[in-house]
Design a protein around this ligand. Structure first.
Ligand SMILES: [Zn+2]
Length: 525
């Protein structure tokens, strides 16, 4: 955000840079129009109110900054601008409880300030004729009001205001991240719309400008925001895609099928349904849908990329590269085709060329944790461990789940990278010994490299930490089968049926049980 950068550094408070934003230049004429002072004395009081307002914002942000330091998050700077302030953190606190503390610290300081100003106001002598004391009580009354308004406004449950962040952290604590995203969105949107309506009705331009900034923040802040903004839009307008992003694949297929029946000439539903089939490991159906999508919209970037992905899954790397190249020709400014080319070059052992493409994808803000994970594999092969670890850290900051695990159709990426996996997951598990995602990821890597006993150990640890995750039983069962432990495999596949209602996972488990009971050999791979 470029407008963010137009600010002056005025100093540091315990290592935190304090910036004043260029928009504050407007504050003096604005104060003049609000107060319309008729004497020097009035003007002085108006300026004191303005100074008190800006200091109140600064203290509010210092509250956030101090709490962030308490939970060991680096604070980069505080920016005070015309309508508020923000604290730039080096990263987001990892745990929802820590975020809760950081988010609440600002409003807490604000309410403390209101109380302190009230105490001063209360003890000022009661005088009803104009004098300095009378002016001071006006000033303190204004500051009390300002801090109460700041508190109420900041506590509105609208993302990315403090109240919205608090709602998000609380919901994440109780219901997990994806539900928290959805709930925050459902709570935020109507209030934001209400504020806009209020701003229009009262012709309150300041409020309207504020709403624009909230909307901007929602759309541009970071990968997490972007993800749930996407999620929200998808939920409201394209239910099928929403269920897909939430992993409810059968429901997605059902809704997309209905959409295809309604509008058979649209390419996107075919493309989305094809992506669902890829995740369900039904590649033939995926091929057929993609074929149709490309007939209807031959230039669609996602379809071209998905075609490349399907060749990639089939290990036809040259054809995959052709399709990614085609997507790049038609969409030269997009990051995704670079990523596609990079993973093909990596698989072919052309690490330097792969790195160039990864770099381009990252510089175009691809925002996928997996791109950093893949680049770390290339760095690892080239012996640049520092760069590899840096990418792994970036990926983990973007999303723990996506940095550590992959959908099953993508497990072949681990082949030949067992040494990398042991380095990466070993390092993560040192820092986060209770991360079941890390055990799952390392288990998948072991299984892809046919180290079934090691895989079984890791899956067992992951199951110990999260006994309700059907995929863990599914992959452990497959490892048991490959290892010749048929009874253990059967128990695990039965366990899948016991813990999940997801039809596509149940179908997989039932299919596997059928093959086992028929005495079939474990399929190679
Ligand atoms: Zn705040």
């Amino acid at each position: 955000m470029k407008w963010l950068k137009l600010s002056w550094k005025i100093g540091r408070i315990s290592g935190v840079e304090i910036h004043l934003h260029v928009s504050l230049l407007l504050s003096i004429p604005l104060t003049y129009f609000i107060f319309r002072p008729s004497s020097v004395r009035d003007a002085l009081i108006a300026l004191l109110v303005l100074a008190g307002f800006l200091l109140s914002i600064l203290f509010h942000e210092l509250g956030h900054a101090l709490a962030a330091k308490l939970v060991k998050v680096e604070v980069k700077s505080i920016v005070v601008w015309l309508l508020g302030g923000f604290t730039l953190l080096g990263r987001e606190p990892a745990k929802p409880a820590q975020r809760l503390l950081v988010d609440f610290a600002g409003p807490f300081v604000t309410i403390l300030l209101a109380a302190s100003f009230f105490a001063v106001y209360y003890f000022l002598p009661d005088i009803s004729s104009p004098s300095w004391i009378w002016d001071f009580s006006t000033l303190f009354a204004a500051l009390i009001l300002i801090n109460i308004v700041l508190f109420v406004f900041n506590m509105l449950p609208v993302y990315p205001l403090d109240g919205g962040n608090i709602v998000h952290a609380l919901m994440e604590l109780f219901f997990g991240k994806s539900a928290a995203n959805l709930i925050t969105m459902i709570v935020s949107l109507p209030i934001l719309l209400g504020l806009i309506a209020l701003g229009l009705y009262t012709r309150d331009f300041i409020l309207l400008i504020f709403c624009v900034f909230i909307a901007l923040a929602i759309s541009t802040l970071n990968a997490r925001t972007l993800h749930w903004a996407n999620l929200g839009i998808n939920y409201l307008f394209r239910r099928g895609a929403y269920h897909f992003m939430q992993g409810d694949l059968d429901r997605s297929v059902q809704l997309l099928t209905r959409e295809i029946e309604r509008k058979p000439q649209q390419a996107n539903p075919y493309m989305f349904r094809s992506a669902c089939y890829v995740h369900m490991l039904q590649n033939e159906k995926a091929q057929a849908d993609l074929q149709r999508a490309l007939e209807l919209a031959p230039d669609n970037e996602m379809s071209l990329l998905l075609r490349g992905d399907l060749h990639f899954i089939d290990r036809d790397y040259d054809s995959a590269l052709e399709w990614y190249d085609k997507a790049h020709q038609l969409h030269p400014k997009s990051a995704l085709p670079y990523y596609g080319c990079a993973i093909v070059k990596k698989v072919k052992g052309e690490f330097q060329a792969a790195l160039e493409d990864f770099d381009k994808a990252v510089s175009l803000r691809i925002g996928f944790p997996i791109c950093h994970v893949e680049r770390s594999m290339a760095y690892f092969r080239l012996g640049n461990l520092d760069a590899a670890h840096k990418d792994q850290e970036t990926a983990l900051l973007l999303s723990e789940k996506d940095a550590l695990t992959r959908a099953e159709f993508a497990h072949q990426a681990y082949e030949g990278y067992l040494d990398w996996a042991e380095d990466y997951y070993g390092w993560v598990l040192c820092k986060r010994p209770r991360s079941w995602y890390a055990y799952q990821g390392r288990g998948d890597a072991c299984r892809a490299n046919r180290e079934y006993e090691k895989a079984i150990l890791d899956y067992t640890k992951a199951i110990g930490l999260n006994p309700r995750e059907p995929r863990l039983y599914l992959t452990r069962g497959k490892s048991y089968w490959a290892n010749g432990e048929i009874d253990c495999a059967k128990t695990d596949f039965h366990q899948v049926l016991a813990v999940t209602a997801q039809p596509y996972l149940r179908r997989q488990a039932e299919g596997l049980l059928e093959s086992l009971n028929g005495g079939e050999e474990h399929p190679v791979g």
